[in-house]
Design a protein. Structure first.
Length: 535
């Protein structure tokens, strides 16, 4: 930031310790007014802690916080808000039983004579949706029934409803589809033009390089570099984040993902032969959600479900995992027809396991240790007559998690203290320990840094090589193109075609062509049945 530019927000000599752990060490940070300032770094680097201190959610051990030239009291979010600051944290703060409009105006409702002005709130909510370019949710639908992506949009609308001068974003696009993400980025540009100041934490480096006026890199709790956007490219950002050149095959492909959307197609994929057909689904249907979808899966195969948010990808996984809503169709395991599972227990008996998109709410027991979270799928190896042998449990869990790059010395920590990447590694270790026939994987890299992303995707490849069949869903279509052997493309609950890496490289453009029924060669709108075949 230029010395002539006033700081809209600042950290002065900020340090934060959690017991013996130093989360931030001597951070000096200035955010220029009317700008977007990006904070990047691997999980655990300290960027979200810095954001929490700016927002008043976390009290620093020492140091000062300033907003619009005035000191802010420590650890008082209300004071920060009253001073003109709004925060969108990565952890959702919705009230599941209330509808979207009520959630948007929590904390600052529209009222008249002490009574809620519900009609005015709903009208204001509609106007916010139009301004942000997002779909309006029905008044009668509790937010708890919406997808994670739709809940995240409501968090963003809540921040816009409050006329803040400084807005902090912690991974706001992690759960959004392409069109929703683009709408948010356009909105952030408009907010900057309107005089707002934003601090933006993201693991999506393409978004950072597109949006930011200035980029600051954190590593191991320290600010290691800060410069205007013109001084960065993706390779420099990654090297600064990890402290060395990123030359791993998978990381290189991910670094190239949006600079060259087809870079993934040139990367080697499967190093093993596929086995017999493990699972077949015919005419899978959920009323009003998905319609007549056919799938098949071979041993050791990674099958991708490509599509945008709302296409039905997660609904397919939930149906196979025995979760509501109720699905109809024909399911065969090893060629034998079986009933579609109606519970998680029934799904597990068929050898099917789910790694859910909401790892905190649906995957982990956050207050329990890594040991418990890894072994809870199968405790038989560490118990005798119902008594758990704690040392053996710890050693087995630590060994399983270490295979995914998890530090064995942290295996006894409560899972809630871990970064998103480390939490995801625990879930992967759980299913590697259990070894299901089929692993359903939903958004495994959401909200994790590029180093952890590489480890997670490499781990999935390794599990497939060991014979586990994987159904893979990710909003990052570059990841789908990168690691999947085949991709079934979904749009509005229907299958729009299949891409096979054995016939031709899978390209992001081919997935999107089938989503939007556009010929990838001519750009013309066509019917799904007339799209060129992947061959």
């Amino acid at each position: 930031m230029s010395s002539a530019t006033p700081a809209a927000a600042a950290l002065r000599g900020v340090e934060k310790r959690f017991g013996p752990t130093v989360a931030l060490a001597g951070i000096d940070l200035e955010v220029a007014a009317n700008s977007i300032h990006a904070l990047v770094g691997e999980n655990g680097a300290g960027k979200s802690t810095a954001l929490g201190i700016l927002g008043g959610r976390i009290s620093p051990t020492r140091g000062e916080v300033e907003l619009l030239g005035r000191p802010l009291p420590h650890g008082r979010p209300r004071a920060a808000r009253e001073a003109g600051l709004a925060v969108i944290y990565q952890e959702l703060t919705i009230v599941p039983a209330l509808d979207a409009a009520a959630n948007v105006f929590i904390g600052h409702p529209i009222s008249r004579a002490g009574l809620l002005a519900e009609r005015q709130m709903r009208q204001a909510y509609t106007e916010l949706c139009e301004r942000a370019g997002v779909a309006r949710q029905a008044d009668s639908v509790p937010v708890g029934e919406l997808s994670v992506a739709d809940q995240q949009v409501i968090e963003i609308l809540r921040a816009l409803a409050f006329d803040a001068k400084v807005i902090l974003f912690d991974e706001p696009t992690a759960s959004l589809g392409i069109s929703e993400r683009e709408a948010l980025l356009r909105l952030m540009n408009a907010l900057r033009a309107d005089g707002k100041t934003m601090v933006f934490v993201s693991h999506n480096l393409d978004e950072v390089l597109e949006l930011a006026d200035e980029i600051t890199v954190f590593r191991n709790g320290r600010k290691v570099a800060s410069a205007e956007r013109s001084g960065w490219d993706k390779a420099k950002v990654v090297a600064s984040m990890i402290g060395e050149e990123a030359d791993l095959e998978l990381t290189s492909a991910l670094n190239d993902e949006l600079v060259d959307a087809d870079a993934a197609a040139r990367r080697p994929r499967r190093s093993h032969s596929l086995g017999a057909r493990v699972l077949e689904v015919e005419r899978l249907t959920i009323d009003g959600v998905i319609e007549y979808i056919d799938l098949d899966l071979r041993a050791g195969e990674i099958l991708g479900l490509g599509g945008l948010v709302g296409s039905g990808r997660t609904s397919v996984l939930r149906a196979l995992a025995g979760l509501p809503p109720k699905a109809d169709g024909t399911l065969r395991i090893d060629g034998q027809e079986v009933r579609l599972p109606r519970s998680v227990r029934a799904s597990r008996r068929l050898g099917i396991a789910l790694l859910p998109e909401d790892r905190k709410g649906q995957g982990l027991a956050l207050q329990m240790s890594g040991v418990t979270n890894v072994l809870m799928g199968d405790m038989s190896q560490v118990s005798t007559f119902g008594v758990i042998r704690e040392r053996k449990a710890r050693d087995l869990a630590a060994a399983a998690a270490a295979e995914f790059g998890f530090d064995p010395d942290r295996i006894e920590e409560p899972s809630e203290r871990l970064s998103g990447g480390n939490q995801q590694k625990l879930l992967l270790a759980r299913w590697a320990h259990v070894k299901p026939r089929v692993l359903l994987v939903d958004e495994p890299t959401r909200g994790i840094d590029i180093g952890a992303k590489e480890e997670v995707l490499t781990a999935l490849r390794r599990m497939a090589a060991e014979g586990i069949s994987i159904v893979f869903v990710s909003s990052e279509l570059e990841e789908v193109a990168l690691i999947c052997d085949r991709v079934v493309v979904l749009a509005e609950g229907r299958a729009m075609g299949e891409l096979d890496a054995d016939r031709a490289p899978i390209r992001v453009s081919d997935i999107l062509a089938r989503v939007f029924t556009v010929d990838p060669e001519t750009g013309e709108q066509v019917s799904a049945g007339h799209l060129p075949q992947n061959q």
